[in-house]
Ligand binder design. Sequence first.
Ligand code: FAD
Length: 408
Amino acid sequence: MAEFTMELNDEQKEVRDWLHGFAADVIRPAAAEWDEREETPWPVIQEAAKVGIYSLDFYAQQYFDATGLGIPMAMEELFWGDAGIALSIVGTGLAAVGVLANGTEEQIGTWIPQMYGDANDVKVAAFCSSEPDAGSDVASLRTRAVYDEAKDEWVINGTKTWATNGGIANVHVVVASVAPELGSKGHASFIIPPNTPGLAQGQKFKKHGIRASHTAEVILDQVRVPGSCLLGGKEKLDERLARAREKAAKGGERVKNAAMATFEASRPAVGAMAVGTARAAYEVALDYARTREQFGRPIIDNQGVAFQLADMRTQIDAARLLVWRASWMAVNGKPFTGAEGSMSKLFASETAKKVTAQAIQILGGNGYTREYPVERMHRDAAIYTIFEGTSEIQRLVIARTVSGMPIR
Ligand SMILES: Cc1cc2nc3c(=O)[nH]c(=O)nc-3n(C[C@H](O)[C@H](O)[C@H](O)COP(=O)(O)OP(=O)(O)OC[C@H]3O[C@@H](n4cnc5c(N)ncnc54)[C@H](O)[C@@H]3O)c2cc1C
């Protein structure tokens, strides 16, 4: 187990500074343009690929960092640059993690490189779980995968929604039900290879924020994929389903906890994104408050402004500490007995919403215009309390965990 410390090591600091340089020099200057265009910023993704930030190697290096701080540190810096562009850069990683976590070595080796492409021909990937009638209530998803034994193929039908990179991805990872009677325990993930017939993009959403990130419906109509596209393989699935059936007969408690542990481990990464956006807005507000003069003195001379900045900074630091704690716990296999992953995501995302709103207030009229970045950051921040489990769902998880009661 890595020794606990509150400080990044030299190597981490180097990576952080390198990422910060990319975020400051490449991402931030492009942010307003791609927000207005509401399109995937392919040239920026390509730049990131050229320097090695958009790659499996980079993502895996951070993911397997023994302190747990690699991913949160990377997320904070990239999202400090711009949330929409950063999500376009890390969206593929979220799909890749699904394969890394559940795939066989062969599946990892075959599909992850195709998710990224290469610096001359970058590709993206999508993770498709949510459906029109299955958002917070993931267990109720209706997409079905049926095994065609004669052909060793899976036939998938359904409609996915809100998929980041949905329809423009080279590789889609789709969660479908293979055993509806088991609810979420009857779900399995499938790779949909490039150009598979039957997969089509539905509507592309016009969004409030993170507009440089593509979000769309994905329609699956009689999609056939080879048996080798079932993540983890058929044997493992059959064993898992048999265990789930057995446990369901006994009350299903342990299976439920295992599923929750996975979410708990991934949520701090979203918290770190929120910390990045909050810090970005806070820095703009601090700088503005020092230079903007009213009544013959900088506005920061007023406690009414300075105290807001003090609160903003305190909350951002507290959010980062919760994120780091949960990330450290995840990598060291500590049980989330207090729903620490959900806590970090809840607090960081609510902090980002609050801090970006305060930043607009501190910039006054300028804060409300697109001449300054804080209005964009405020729009972007609103996503953090929604995706990867809404704030209400995080509270539900925390409340159930700390009380031991089936709160609903
Ligand atoms: C920009 C964007 C990108 C996304 N990217 C992806 C992606 O790549 N892949 C993917 O699979 N999904 C993705 N999502 C989906 C996202 O995870 C869902 O939007 C989210 O889980 C909420 O589901 P919902 O929108 O259906 O809201 P609902 O579940 O309908 O919730 C509506 C409201 O009801 C509240 N609510 C629901 N149930 C309860 C309860 N039991 N107690 C209290 N309150 C409750 C919620 O908190 C919320 O306030 C994305 C969403 C967005 C907006």
